[in-house]
Design a protein around this ligand. Structure first.
Ligand code: ADP
Length: 454
């Protein structure tokens, strides 16, 4: 049974259930028709008796039978007995011995010499004579003739019905399972051709198979999206690593061929060091993001003084800001404590502040504010730099996204904001950016003081 297809299994079950149902229906039919047969036999015999009794008269104390008194009508025999059970007139069938006592108005089943008979007795009072018993007899075989032919028809009909229901069941199941074949075919095609753009596309429908196929299609959408992202990520990461690698290689080649003095060699080494630092920073960010993706980056929860941390980061960035003539202005409520991972929160602040300095207006101002409400610490970092085009505002959080394709030396690799977003969300908070082109940007984060995620 286990090896049979669902179609075959349903068909067999269908046929089995139909067999039982039809058999039960036929059994009921036999039972009901047998009952019907008994009562219609009783009626027939009663009618014949009534007719025959009308043919009996009494003249001077003696019985006179009309010539219309049949005695036998078809398979039915009628006889007349006196009140004491003495035979007077009429016929009894061959092989039937009349059995007394008579039972007035009731159909009796009597077996006589191995044959079954139906007997209907009637007691009638004849004027001038007294009581008479009139039994009418018919053999059960004669009655069962019609009954037997019905039985044969029903027995022939039974397998025909079962066969018909099995065929209909098979066709219906095949029709209902057609979409399943489509699902299987699509899955096979995706597996063989590795083409994630294929869909089952059964269209709109309400039954379970349609729901299943639409769920699969949505899953394929997500898989395709994830797969594309993964491909893009690998391509971007390789691209980002290729530039510093190429610079290192060409600097090495140049220095090996042309550096003659110590200072020339030192300048080559320092340029190599800058590129190697860039690669190292990129690699550690990539590592962190991939560990975060796999859920392996565990947060070290501890009480963090966000005010102190922000002050520290602002001081660290002073030098880079001063290089562009930018003044960092802080407005921090003191001792704003929250439960979080200090290293990650520091990375968040650095990434946001570095961006504000990098993309801020030369000789401009970067404003850092830190406040709180009942549950959260709210931070904002504002610059008056070039701003972000509205159509790019959602995309800046994507990995390797950089608004300006012609990147200067100072630009990063487009991972800073995606990491900032991950850090805030890992702390159960949220982050958003508002910006106007040419006027500046504000990045606002909200971090819960007591963390629910841990
Ligand atoms: P990057 O390493 O390029 O700074 P980020 O993920 O930190 O990468 O930022 C992504 C992009 O968002 C940047 O390339 C830049 O175009 C834009 N951006 C981020 N911060 C600012 C800002 N303060 N002002 C203007 N543009 C910004």
């Amino acid at each position: 049974m286990r090896r049979l297809s669902i179609k075959m299994r349903i068909t067999l079950w269908y046929a089995a259930v139909m067999t039982v149902t039809v058999a039960a229906a036929v059994a009921f039919l036999f039972y009901a028709s047998r009952k019907e047969m008994r009562s219609s036999t009783a009626y027939t015999l009663q009618d014949i008796l009534r007719e025959d009794f009308a043919q009996i008269d009494c003249e001077d104390g003696a019985l006179v039978f009309d010539e219309d008194f049949a005695g036998a009508q078809g398979d039915v025999s009628v006889s007349v007995f006196n009140a004491d059970g003495g035979f007077l007139y009429g016929k009894t069938p061959k092989g039937f011995a009349i059995a007394t006592p008579f039972a007035d108005g009731r159909l009796r089943e009597i077996v006589s010499y191995g044959t079954e008979w139906y007997v209907f007795d009637r007691m009638e009072a004849l004027d001038g004579y007294g009581s008479l018993w009139l039994p009418a007899v018919v053999s059960a075989d004669a009655v069962a003739k019609t009954y037997g032919s019905m039985l044969r028809k029903a027995l022939l009909l039974l397998p025909a019905l079962v066969l018909l229901s099995a065929v209909i069941g098979y066709l219906l199941t095949r029709r209902a399972l057609r979409p399943v074949r489509q699902i299987t075919a699509t899955a096979e095609q995706i597996g063989e051709s590795r083409d994630l753009t294929r869909r089952i596309a059964l269209g709109e429908g309400r039954d379970e198979v349609y729901v299943l196929s639409n769920t699969f299609d949505r899953m394929f959408d997500k898989l395709e999206e994830a797969f594309e992202k993964e491909k893009q990520f690998t391509a971007d990461a390789s691209h980002e690593l290729r530039t510093p690698t190429a610079v290192i290689l060409s600097t090495c080649e140049y220095a090996a061929a042309h550096a003659e003095t110590l200072s020339q060699a030192q300048s080559a080494i320092s340029s190599i060091q800058t590129q190697a630092q860039k690669m190292s920073a990129l690699l550690s960010q990539l590592l962190m993001l991939s560990r975060a993706d796999q859920g392996q980056e565990k947060l070290q929860w501890e009480p963090v003084d966000m005010s102190e941390l922000t002050e520290l980061v602002a001081e660290q960035e002073q030098e880079a800001a001063a290089a562009r003539g930018i003044v960092i202005h802080t407005q921090l409520e003191p001792h704003l404590l929250l439960l979080g991972d200090e290293t990650l929160l520091m990375r968040l602040l650095i990434n946001l502040l570095e961006n504000a300095v990098k993309y801020g207006q030369e000789n401009g101002i970067v404003h850092i504010a830190l406040t709180q409400d009942e549950d959260s610490v709210i931070g904002s970092i504002r610059d008056n730099g070039r701003g972000i085009a509205p159509e790019n505002l959602d995309r800046i959080w994507g990995r390797f996204y950089q608004e300006d394709a012609s990147r200067g030396e100072a630009s990063g690799c487009g991972l800073g904001l995606s990491m900032a977003k991950w850090i805030v969300e890992a702390h159960g908070g949220s982050i958003r950016a508002e910006s106007r082109l040419g006027e500046g940007s504000v990045f606002t984060f909200i971090l819960p003081k007591k963390n629910r995620i841990s």
